[in-house]
Design a protein around this ligand. Sequence first.
Ligand code: GCB
Length: 603
Amino acid sequence: MEEQYLYPAESPTRQVIDLSGIWKFKVDHNSEGKEKDWQNGLADYCEVPVPSSFNDLFTDKDIREHVGDVWYQTEFYLAEEWENKNINLRFGSATHRAEVWLNGEKIAEHEGGYMPFGAIINEAANFGAKNTLVVVVNNELDLTTIPTGQIKEYDDGKRRLFPYFDFFNYAGIHSAVKLQILPKEYIYDITTVTDFKGDTGFVDYEIESSSHSEIKVELKDIEGKVVAQNSGAEGKLEVKNVNLWQPGEGYLYNLEVSLLSAGELIDNYRLPVGIRTVEVKGNRFLINGEPFYFKGFGKHQDSEINGRGFDPAVMIRDAELLDWIGANSVRTSHYPYDEEFYRMCDRRGVVVIDETPAVGLFDMNLNFLAAGTGKESDFFDKEIVHEQTIKNHKREIKRLMQRDKNHASVVMWCLANEPDSAQERAEEYFEEIFSYARSHDPQERPLTFTNIMTAPYGKCNVAQFADVISLNRYYGWYIIGGSELEYAQKDFEEELVGWEKEGKPIVMTEYGADTKAGIHKLPSVQWSEEYQKEYLELQHQVFDNCDSIVGEQMWNFADFQTVEGILRVNGNKKGAFTRDRQPKMAAHLLKERWENLPNNFKG
Ligand code: GCB
């Protein structure tokens, strides 16, 4: 049951077959699938696309809100001559857990909804004949899972899931499922760390492979010219006249790793590598030694019909809009996105704050909105959190760093979103989490978490561990909003005076106001497009007055789906863009501002 974290890329020695398409699908309403041997094949079924969330495809509420197992099946053939290759079956992600059978034999099991998993399937596979692949995906959450949630059971046996977070608990096979036809001996993993001095760039590399044969490493520039080479499983490459990876200019070299035996090519892998440095110095965030100012959004991987399923069309549309609006960065709130997203950000020079799925570390009485009320929560007082949740949290940190460590676009890790950091025992929990994370990133990038407004300056027990203070603040929306808006500035600025004393950079990782596109009102009222604009203008004034603020990521890039509730109108409407990716008035305001703020603003 091997996990292949290297992106499944083709090369002269590797072939990749994408199993995306229409699969068979069955909802296990009575939790009877395993007893009835569905793992051997589904007798009756409907159809779903893979990848996608299943929730918004059907017209039946009991499917949309289903809690438990759903089953998938597809068939594929393997050529006979591949019998002496390693056939790796790789899921990009399945939310939140999955078990996989090939021709009736169990080949993989995985928990954690956003990371790749799979297996070498040679033993269970049929070569030159049909293979039946069956997958059961489960979407249940509890206090120990990452993310967290709670299931409520009703008298009639039905169950509903209440996530401790503000986005719909979409589930299914969310990323592409791929077959990698790998050589017998092959490259498992590559780790790179980059640096530069003057105009010379450096790439430290380490290669793990199944063979001890000769390893050759070449670094090629964008034209394919070899600019540095070396041999052996680890070493350093030196690049004269280096082209650095910069925000907005994602220059990528190709690290071409070859395994050779007696001069013959056994395996070859090509890893895009951007040469850049990241560092926190005083209250500044430096990329390539230059102060960097984050302009952009907290996002969601969310769209109509597809839900959380990866959709390349939506990804490209979003990238075009980021470009149009003058943004330079994104936070992958509140979970890691599809691998294609990071590869695109590497190419386009989009700066990424990469977030773990640790959201909802807050006991919110069945609804995340209770968090904003300041109601007592005893999340970190529960022993199980310190015994089990923390283990799962660490597992997700390790996997995320393993998967995304080589992306030049990733400049910081966000270890959790809005934990209840005002609680005393949050301190011991996060001391362990931060020290664990520090030992797992080969590039030693800065670490952060987002702070919730119920743990303001002086009340937060976790900020001490972070390199960057990330604040989610809603002065003018959840508090001091509406006709009081003009008074929000004073309270906001007073809190910031406190945070500035930490001497660390501050990034505003969330600020926003729900706005229903098309509501216009003069003078403004909450929910109108005018109000969103006025709200943003006020926030920006606050940011410009605070020297330590080195970034603003408005909440949210686009409207997105959430659980139902009296504070949500068919989802969260804080988007600068609508869910179908058209601009609200606020988007034009952001464009005007961000096009005029240089990347080294406040430098
Ligand atoms: C937050 C959460 C985010 C919510 C947002 C909101 O603080 O981090 O997940 O969607 O507030 O709109 O309330």
